[in-house]
Design a protein around this ligand. Structure first.
Ligand SMILES: *Cc1c(COP(=O)(O)O)cnc(C)c1O
Length: 451
């Protein structure tokens, strides 16, 4: 297994490593996969996914808890099946995601349904299959769920999503727990809203929920939000008999190696890729820290604790493999033009996010050149880039590169912009590699259209 000294950092343990200069995912040679299946190509490590889930599960063993994987991070059926086998619950945000969980063999009774705009059709579907809980985000939604449950002669399990008004100190587009955001119900209104819910007989008050944002890299915002929520959770438990408190997801992972600049190699003597060398960019949040900070707060509550991690489970478990099409020098800049684009992985364009870029076959003689490159895709948008001014080891046209930590919000956010078929997805387990989604064809893209 490939992890460096700082392997206790959250999400940095993964199964991508070099063997004699070739990048492997577990026991599978990445270049062979690229040659066989073409590029761009998503490659996931099943063992990494299982490890992340299991480590988090074990760290929280002192609490009565359920990990509900946030499906939107990566919703491939094979990944959902992998997690269903580990007895995961699921955090879903649409009827479509619920359908995926059911198709993957997940248990609907372990699904929590979030989102500010649930339609009647989605609510009916969720009631029909019997989910664990709706996480309700407004008074209007509460009424809609009640009306739908009455019409179906069912009782709808609900929790209210509290907006605790706590700053998560993450990117603006993934902050969800302040009063600037559309999510949840204001902390001050929660007590009144539960009172109102008790007067709606087709509702079953099961819990209370919060989710303050994504890619949170210190424990402080979690602690602050949990502390704020504790008296409320206790009061709601005593008054309404609710049984669980969901503390949401948002656990951040390491994307940026500390040694990214300067004349450093990307791997250490054992061939492990270094996403986590100690230094300025090292993540101060670890699973140990997270568990050590939260367990003493939550244990005395005596309620079941739900967690909704997405990125933490799959983020470092996937890479996007791409081929260098052309090298191009303009007046000022050096460009590495690759065959993947923002439609395949939109995070850099959308969140200014960083992905480590490593060669699939490393050249022992090659140096990291001082020349900095922009790694860009072929789409007609200036936002179509994966890296700017990045020092890369010299690459040649035809080489394969891997964009690391692309397992979360990668394929899940892919589109067909520029009529580009979405990539194939491969799930590796040991030496075996299984195609879990075939590459789309142009015919797939026009299906459903008429001339
Ligand atoms: C997106 C989301 C999550 C997962 O966030 P991660 O940062 O991927 O852990 C959890 N809960 C809710 C309600 C979400 O919207």
């Amino acid at each position: 297994m490939a992890f460096c000294r700082a392997s206790n950092y959250i999400g940095t343990m993964h199964d991508f490593h070099y063997r004699q200069g070739r990048l492997f995912c577990e026991g599978a040679d990445v270049e062979s996969l690229a040659l066989r299946h073409g590029t761009p190509l998503y490659v996931y490590s099943r063992r990494t996914i299982e490890n992340h889930f299991t480590r988090l599960d074990r760290a929280l063993a002192p609490l009565d808890h359920t990990i509900c994987y946030a499906v939107k991070a990566n919703s491939n059926l094979a990944i959902l099946t992998t997690l269903a086998r580990l007895k995961a619950g699921f955090d879903i945000v649409s009827g479509g995601e619920l359908y995926r969980v059911v198709r993957a063999g997940g248990d609907p009774a372990r699904c929590v349904f979030a989102g500010v705009g649930k339609t009647e059709e989605e609510i009916r579907y969720a009631l029909r299959v019997g989910i664990h809980c709706f996480n309700v985000e407004s008074a209007s939604e509460l009424d809609r769920i009640h009306r739908t449950a009455v019409a179906m002669r069912k009782k709808a399990p609900i929790a209210l999503r509290v907006n605790p008004d706590v700053e998560a100190h993450t990117h603006a587009k993934i902050t969800t727990g302040t009063y600037e955001n559309k999510f949840g119900i204001a902390y001050e209104e929660i007590t009144g809203m539960y009172e109102r819910a008790t007067r709606l007989p087709a509702l079953w008050l099961r819990g209370v929920q919060m989710h303050i944002g994504s890619q949170i890299t210190t424990v402080a915002p979690f602690v602050k939000a949990v502390r704020k929520m504790l008296p409320l959770a206790r009061a709601l438990r005593d008054r309404h008999g609710i049984e669980f408190f969901s503390i949401g997801g948002g656990i951040g992972i390491v994307y940026r190696p500390a040694l990214e600049s300067g004349n450093h190699r990307w791997w250490n003597a054992t061939g492990a890729i270094r996403p986590c060398a100690a230094g300025r960019a090292a993540l101060p949040l670890t699973i140990d820290l997270y568990a050590r900070a939260l367990i003493p707060l939550l244990k005395p509550l005596g309620m079941r604790i739900l967690l909704e991690p997405g990125r933490f489970i799959v983020g470092n478990a996937g890479i996007l493999v791409t081929r260098v099409e052309f090298l191009k020098q303009t007046g000022r800049k050096h460009f590495v033009i690759v065959d993947a684009a923002m439609n395949d992985l939109v995070r850099p364009a959308f969140y200014d996010s960083y992905h480590q870029i490593v060669p699939v076959r490393r050249n022992h003689r090659a140096q990291i050149t001082n020349r900095k490159s922009d790694v860009v895709g072929p789409i007609c948008e200036s936002g179509d880039y994966f890296a700017k001014d990045r020092p890369l080891e010299s690459v040649r046209e035809g080489d394969f590169l891997a964009l690391m930590s692309a397992g979360a919000y990668g394929f899940a956010m892919a589109s067909n912009y520029n009529t580009r078929p979405r990539p194939a997805e491969i799930l590796v387990s040991g030496k075996s590699a299984r195609m879990v989604r075939r590459r789309e064809t142009p015919a797939d893209l026009v299906r459903g259209e008429t001339r």
